[in-house]
Structure formats: C-alpha cells, structure tokens
Design a binder for this molecule. Structure first.
Ligand code: PMP
Length: 291
C-alpha cells in the first residue's frame, strides 16, 4: 500500500502511478531495447551513484543510443522523483533508459527518431534477502552469455537469459538460479554476483560472463583496503560446493550468505565471510553520494 500513490518520472515529467505508462511503440516493448540500473537510497545518499550512471552511459553508448541524458540531467530527474515521493531511505530506484518511441513497430534503431526515454521508478523496498537465514540456490541448465553472444558488461533489459534461470530455481523451490558460463565455470546468480571463501582467501569469478557488479567491485575494494586476500579466478561448481562460505552480492540484497547449492549445505557462519559482511555493513554509507 505504501507504493500505491507514488509518482513516476517518464521522459521529462512525473506521473501518478496509475498514469505511468510508456508507448506500445517504445523500443523496450518492441525489442527489450533498453538499459537499466538498480539504485539503493539511504539518508546519506545513493550508493555508488556515479558508478551506476557511468555504467548506464557505457551500456547506452555500446548500444548506440542517441540523445543520452547527461549525468546531471539524470540526477535532477532522480532528485525530483525522490522529493515528490518524500523518499530518503529504504528506497530502491529502478532507473531505465529506453531507445525511445519508434515511428512504427519494428526493431530497427532507425525507426527511433524522438530520442531516448528516461524512467525513474522509486519504490519503498526493504533489502530483498533476510541476511540471517541466507538463500538456497540450484545450478541451472541456462548458461550465462559471455561477450561472444551478448556482452554481459552491457546492463540491458534483455533479461530472458536470467529469467529462465530464475524460473528453474522457482520450479525447484529455491531462491535463485546459479548460472555457469559456456565453459562450465560459475558465472553468477540470475540477479547477483557470487563470492566464495577457501583457506582464508576470497575468490570470485572473472567478469567474463557476469555483470561487473558495483557491489562486487565495492567488496573487492574493501577487502583490498583491509588486507584480506581476494582474487578473480575460474571457479568450478565443485569448488563452490566445497567452500567454507559462499555469498551473493548486489545492490538489491547487498551481501547475502548462500547456504545451499544443489541440496548440499554450505556453512553460513564462516568467520572470514562474516568479517567481509560486517565490513560492508560498516562502510556502505561512506559510498553514498548525495544528489
Ligand atoms: N548480476 C546481475 C545479472 C544483475 O542484474 C545485478 C543487479 N543489477 C547484479 C549482478 C548486481 O550488480 P550490482 O552490484 O551493480 O547491483
């Protein structure tokens, strides 16, 4: 009910929730042709805002969008949306930039002649996972695409790869789907990055076939500063299953222990993992950027 009366920003102004609509001619409808970011709002500001806006810009440039709003314009739209909804905490923003409205149906970007369309959808939302109980995952048959198919560095709205993995997890009654890359090494969960602990070292897959997550990057930075050894590696499913601790990272859930993979339980009280989780909790506010 809290989100029933929210105002949503589309293109250049705010609309009440029940009028917040985009055209059926929009590229997002016609071809999943859009890029997005998920942002977390605290009273201190938005976590890693500039990095999110940079990733949005880079994704849009890679896809040759035209008329991409500047970081300042996007920040203004976000501020306007948060102010209109009196939101300054416990808020998740779904920022979307579509290629815009087409003059006729079809996928050809030349049909887009009215510039891109920015959507700022801010909702009251707690972090998605309960960090105390952790999450259970299954390995899915859906491979995470690497750069030879659709570069995972582009944060696009063509999410079917991940949605199929999530459906498999749903059918199995688990929380998330673990995706392997095309070589069979662990890539990421359907909506977050993964880390494991072994012999007091933290390991995470290379960012070849996963989103280069901003939370992933923050965790790596924090560990390096603390002198905790952290390495990117090709990691197999067996290594993950036999880890001393495994956790997922993402803006929507921050750090969450993974307590089960394919029915095998993973310890959830590893001291090293706890140390990294505490480190993140303690320092996340210092990554907040005011608008
Ligand atoms: N992987 C995927 C597939 C995602 O969609 C997300 C969330 N956008 C992440 C990882 C986590 O990325 P971040 O830490 O930048 O939120």
């Amino acid at each position: 009910p809290k989100n029933d009366n929210i105002q949503v920003y589309i293109k250049d102004r705010l609309y009440p929730r029940n009028e917040a609509k985009i055209s059926v001619f929009d590229s997002a409808v016609q071809g999943g042709d859009a890029v997005w970011e998920g942002l977390r709002v605290y009273p201190e500001g938005i976590v890693c805002l500039d990095k999110h806006l940079t990733r949005l810009h880079e994704s849009a440039k890679t896809l040759a969008f035209s008329d991409i709003p500047s970081k300042e314009e996007i920040k203004k739209a976000i501020k306007q949306t948060l102010d209109a909804n009196a939101m300054n905490d416990d808020t998740h923003i779904r920022l979307t930039l579509t290629r815009g409205e087409k003059i006729t149906s079809g996928m050809d970007p030349r049909l887009n002649q009215s510039g891109s369309c920015l959507i700022v959808l801010a909702e009251w939302k707690p972090l998605v996972y309960d960090n105390n109980s952790g999450i259970k995952v299954i390995s899915t048959s859906q491979r995470r695409n690497g750069p030879q198919f659709l570069d995972s560095k582009i944060h696009h709205n063509n999410l079917l790869n991940n949605i199929i993995a999530k459906i498999q997890a749903n059918v199995a009654g688990k929380d998330a789907g673990l995706m392997l890359d095309e070589r069979g090494f662990v890539a990421e969960l359907n909506g977050s990055n993964v880390f494991m602990v072994k012999h007091g070292k933290i390991l995470t897959p290379f960012a070849h076939a996963c989103l280069p997550g901003i939370t992933r990057n923050t965790v790596m930075e924090m560990c390096e500063k603390e002198g905790i050894e952290i390495k990117e590696e090709d990691i197999s499913l067996s290594q993950f299953i036999n880890a001393e601790g495994v956790f997922a990272t993402g803006t929507m859930g921050e750090l969450t222990p993974i307590v089960e993979i394919d029915g095998r339980s993973i310890p959830k009280d590893d001291l090293f993992m706890k140390r990294v989780m505490d480190l993140f909790k303690k320092n996340v506010k210092s990554y907040c950027e005011p608008l």
